[in-house]
Design a protein around this ligand. Sequence first.
Ligand code: ASP
Length: 310
Amino acid sequence: MNFGIAIHGGAGTILRSSMTEEKEQQYTAALQEALNTGYSILQKGGSSLDAVEAAIISLEDCPLFNAGKGAVFNNKGVHEMDASIMNGKDLSAGAVSLIKNVKNPISLCRTVMEKSEHVFLCGEGAEEFAQKMNLQFENDEYFNDAFRHEQWMKAKEADGSFLDHNVQTQSDKKFGTVGAVALDLNGNLAAGTSTGGMTNKKFGRVGDSPIIGAGTYANNKTCAISCTGHGELFIRSVVAYDISALMEYKNLSLHEACEEVVMKKLVSIGGEGGVIAIDKNGNIELPFNSEGMYRAMKSSKGNELIAIYK
Ligand code: ASP
């Protein structure tokens, strides 16, 4: 039986020319650590859900990525996070949106999936549930990163005549969401995604990351998918489920389904970004239509990759 894991740390205009060697090393090391964390769980016979959660926690705890500790500032200067997780074995799922101060949103998703009768909890209610379930909270200081603050100031400055996502895409076309997908030794698939959303977002804006079928999907019959990119377009294209559906109903391979959705369907409506994908046989695809995507994968077939640019 094959097993494997893939992770991402966001897609966008990530150019070699605008990256320092030091930054590149930091990103590579952070991806390597998250990858190893997840892979070693799978190697020991652990579940794909455990591997996905652990890999995402590692990325959420790293300030380089727009999730958990590194979550961006919204228009009010606070960090509102979205996340989701899905178990391909029984199609159970957990998702949260617009939550504040929860250290690891992905663990809250898993708690929603396993300890509540619901799938999707939002805002204060989700935080109340997290408190009741004894999840770890952190104060605002923990999330207040100097670089993110500077990004927010720039986005605010450019505000006025643009919609939020246009402000973001004009000034800094980077989507630093994190995600993981895995196949374990028992043939179970799982997927998870976690994000701070878009810098300077307003009005309770929610992207694709916490939406099952848009930003995250897993089904043992087909594949596990986690997305990163311009959330509005990913919601409209129902990206994650669409890839699975093309495999289930049209018998497309993982590669063909990813090409269809990421390189054709999304491109045709201007949806910039990418996905990480693994199928029930352990094949891995990491397609993106942007300049770059922080990505890494490792499988029992002996393949390993850590990459940033095209
Ligand atoms: N998809 C995320 C969102 O729209 C952003 C990202 O991928 O970084 O909220």
